[in-house]
Design a protein around this ligand. Structure first.
Ligand code: C5P
Length: 293
């Protein structure tokens, strides 16, 4: 997350995330799934601006008309949760420019919510302790707290227990977003809880050591088969990454609950090479993205 002061107040660049690993450990009594995931933030950003509103109103506008602008939007929810927790009566005018596709497993809405917590905490001069901000993030959505940490972290529980992990260098990816939206709820409903969960250790170790070969070989997402059953067209995206551009990449995977897929490349040139090849297939929007230390 990149936060900077602007004339109106505060501007935040809110990054997308990729899951390099996601395993389900079990189903919880509250209906959520206990999970273990390695997430990284990448340089595909939504842009939010926040201005103080002396009337005390929280107003929100977004350049994507398909998104809700009321409390159904995590930005509005985050603003209200923070304000109630602080017991303050300040207002804000919030504008969101979307670049992160929705229903793609990239957690754009969660990142926007985290950006809202950080920006309004600053704009309203609340000085909320970091631990409290994380708790509020966890109450808004499972992925929100990750974005308060980043750029790389192991997430546990519902996803809200976040432990930062060091990055040894930049990671370069090719990202393919097919024009298919997947409901997170539906994907989790179709997932099979494994009898023997795959351990997260090897992928965390590979990230710590650096290089992309071992990391690419340990990419894993338990939600991917469930998403591909729900949307069989996704298997073409998977095969394009693993077979058509496989030689340019060290591994590929679906992110989160989908529908975006990514390939891990050894360097920027290899990622751009894979992007050029993928672009010719017409399967969706292709980008090169980076996770920097
Ligand atoms: O927490 P969030 O609102 O992002 O979760 C969306 C949905 O995804 C939940 O309602 C639940 O169905 C599913 N989910 C889950 N286990 C998790 C995270 C999300 O079952 N750890």
């Amino acid at each position: 997350m990149i936060v900077r002061p602007v004339a109106e107040g505060v501007e935040v660049l809110a990054p997308a995330k990729l899951n390099l690993f996601l395993e389900i450990l079990g189903k919880r009594p509250d209906g959520y799934h206990e999970l273990e995931s390695l997430m990284v933030a990448v340089d595909l950003y939504d842009t939010l601006t926040f201005a103080d509103d002396a009337t005390g109103a929280i107003t929100f506008r977004c350049d994507d008309p398909s998104l809700p602008t009321g409390r159904d939007n995590l930005v509005v929810k985050a603003a209200e949760v923070l304000r109630a927790d602080a017991g303050c009566d300040r207002g804000a005018s919030i504008a969101l420019r979307k670049a992160i596709p929705a229903q793609a497993g990239l957690a754009g809405g969660s990142s926007d919510a985290a950006a809202t917590l950080v920006a309004l905490d600053r704009l309203w001069d609340l000085k909320t302790p970091p631990g409290r901000l994380s708790e509020l993030a966890g109450s808004i959505g499972s992925d929100v707290a990750f974005f308060l940490n980043g750029p790389a972290a192991v997430c546990r529980g519902r996803g809200e227990r976040v432990e930062g992990v060091p990055l040894t260098g930049a990671l370069h990816f090719v990202l393919l977003c097919p024009p298919i939206g997947l409901s997170t709820v539906a994907v989790y409903r179709h997932v099979t809880v494994p009898e023997r969960p795959r351990p997260i250790g090897p992928v965390v170790q590979a990230l710590a050591v650096g290089g992309t070969e071992a990391l690419g070989a340990s990419l894993f997402n338990r939600l991917q088969p469930a998403a591909e059953v729900l949307e069989p067209a996704l298997s073409r995206v998977r095969d394009a990454l693993s077979e058509r551009v496989g030689p340019s990449l060290d591994g590929s995977l679906m992110s989160g609950s989908g529908s975006a897929y990514f390939g891990l490349a050894r360097d920027r040139t290899a990622a751009e090479d894979a992007a050029r090849q993928l672009d010719t297939l017409g399967l969706g929007r292709v980008r090169v993205v980076t996770c920097g230390p």
